[in-house]
Design a protein around this ligand. Structure first.
Ligand code: ZN
Length: 185
């Protein structure tokens, strides 16, 4: 896994795309929870579910199918509460799905553990991306070790910097489009 900080940071960054109206605290918090949710499968290890099995770590809960299912279900729950409809509902749903899928996306770049069952339940094969640049985060309490520093530094370079860069580009584009439509009207 990448760390919960790396996953949460990518979710917060994605939440900016929702716009001011949608991006309330409930929405941002939900994006963060969804970006971490696939790793609930680590508890299976404690009750003896084998890592490489369908329900094992990085198995079904890390699949695209699960991400779409969970993101859509949660979207209905929070968007009904907020009375979102039309394009606002569609965008919010899309982002909640992306937040869930971002978890497996980053796990696919880690350099340890087993691969990700992206295609479960149709195919339980575990995959990694060709570039495995993220230091894998060990399971357990490790933050204050030298290994912890290595993991955090790797996430700064491969998650935090791209998130920051992407966010800057997005906000600049939004400002540019906003200014242009103001001038045109
Ligand atoms: Zn994971």
């Amino acid at each position: 896994m990448a760390t919960i900080f790396g996953h949460a940071l990518s979710a917060v960054t994605l939440s900016f795309v929702a716009g001011k109206k949608t991006r309330d605290w409930l929405f941002v918090r939900t994006m963060i929870y969804l970006s971490i949710a696939p790793d609930l499968d680590v508890f299976g290890l404690l009750i003896g579910i084998p890592y490489e099995s369908f329900w094992g770590h990085r198995g079904f809960t890390h699949s695209i199918f699960f991400g779409v299912l969970l993101g859509t279900t949660v979207s209905f729950l929070i968007n009904i509460k907020r009375k979102r409809r039309g394009s606002e509902f569609v965008l919010a749903t899309f982002l909640l799905i992306l937040a869930t899928l971002s978890h497996s996306f980053f796990d696919g770049f880690t350099n340890g553990g087993h691969g990700i069952a992206f295609l479960a339940p149709f195919d339980n094969t575990r995959y990694f991306f060709p570039m495995r640049v993220l230091e894998v985060s060990p399971i357990g309490l490790w933050f204050f070790s030298a290994r912890g520093l290595e993991v955090i530094l790797s996430e700064l370079v491969w998650i935090a910097l791209p998130c920051l860069g992407g966010l800057c580009i997005y906000l600049c584009l939004q400002k540019f489009i906003g200014d242009k439509s103001k001038n045109d009207s």
